[in-house]
Design a protein around this ligand. Structure first.
Ligand code: SF4
Length: 281
């Protein structure tokens, strides 16, 4: 199935977002989805353009608010495959509150963050995941703050699927996103997606040289929260793979009984909608 739209991306040549998007499209196709049952919600930033480039239903949301929109879509029609995309600024700064609650709510959807550790669209300000000594237009002497650890944030919020991938490792990235889609619950993937224009520190070469794949370690068990915590809190190395997965995860919709398609309730019949709300709550 082809998820590519006929629009040409306007990302800078070489941007990591190309590889990130290709892997997401491949993963959606591999899981048997097609554009008719797929809804992509994006936030604001270079990453936010992704919905335009994908041949599926899509919504380009408000800055930092893609996750609640995605949750709304999935709740209204549980039959849809919902994938939310965003950047590190969108997801871990203005959208950080929504991120924590989406993780703990465990709605059956996936969330891919194109983490390039910089604000690209607004031309190179430091982001929540920028290194402490990273010199940018808004941090000429470094940021003087610790970067956000997105995986730790997800783990502490009760995440049931926490993964990390690298846009340039095409096959592995697609495999990891596929697992996030297949997970029963909120599948979160932080994707290293280099910004070739404004970040000369977190480059393709840097990630290629420093990534450790937990999938290559036969003793690594992603269902063991202690091992996962050790990897997530290791400040020395960069990791890729499924870092943590709760195999007993039960998605929010199942716990709440949201199994019916509510998307065809006529706007003109608010009393029907209220009946449904009463039934669920
Ligand atoms: Fe990609 Fe950076 Fe260009 Fe944005 S500014 S399109 S993140 S390379």
């Amino acid at each position: 199935t082809d998820f590519k739209s006929d629009k040409q991306p306007t990302w800078c040549p070489g941007c990591g977002d190309f590889g990130t998007m290709n892997g997401m499209m491949k993963a959606l196709a591999n899981t048997g989805n097609d554009p008719d049952n797929t809804f992509v919600v994006a936030g604001i930033g270079c990453s936010g353009k992704i919905g335009t480039y994908m041949h599926s239903y899509a919504l380009h949301g408000v800055h930092g608010r893609a996750l609640p929109v995605g949750i709304g879509v999935k709740t209204a029609n549980p039959n849809l495959e919902v994938m939310v995309a965003g950047g590190d600024g969108d997801g871990y700064s203005i959208g950080a509150g929504h991120f924590v609650h989406a993780v703990r709510r465990n709605v059956d959807m996936s969330y891919c963050v194109m983490d390039n550790r910089i604000y690209g669209l607004t031309k190179g300000q430091f982001s929540p995941t920028s290194r402490e000594d990273f010199e940018t237009s808004t941090s000429p002497d470094g940021t003087h703050q610790q970067p956000v650890n997105p995986l730790a944030l997800a783990l502490s919020a009760g995440g049931t699927f926490i993964a990390q991938s690298f846009s340039s490792d095409a096959q592995r990235h697609a495999e990891i996103v596929q697992k996030a889609i297949e997970h029963d619950g909120f599948g979160f993937v932080n994707v290293y997606s280099p910004c070739v224009t404004f970040n000369d520190v977190d480059t393709y070469d840097y990630f290629r040289d420093s990534l450790v794949d937990v999938g290559e370690d036969e003793d690594y068990d992603p269902t063991d929260i202690e091992q996962a915590t050790e990897v997530i809190m290791d400040g020395e190395k960069e990791y890729q793979g499924v870092i943590y997965q709760d195999e007993d995860s039960v998605p929010y919709g199942e716990r709440m009984g949201f199994t019916e398609d509510m998307s065809d309730i006529p706007d003109s019949a608010p009393e029907n909608a209220m009946d449904l709300v009463r039934e669920f709550y």
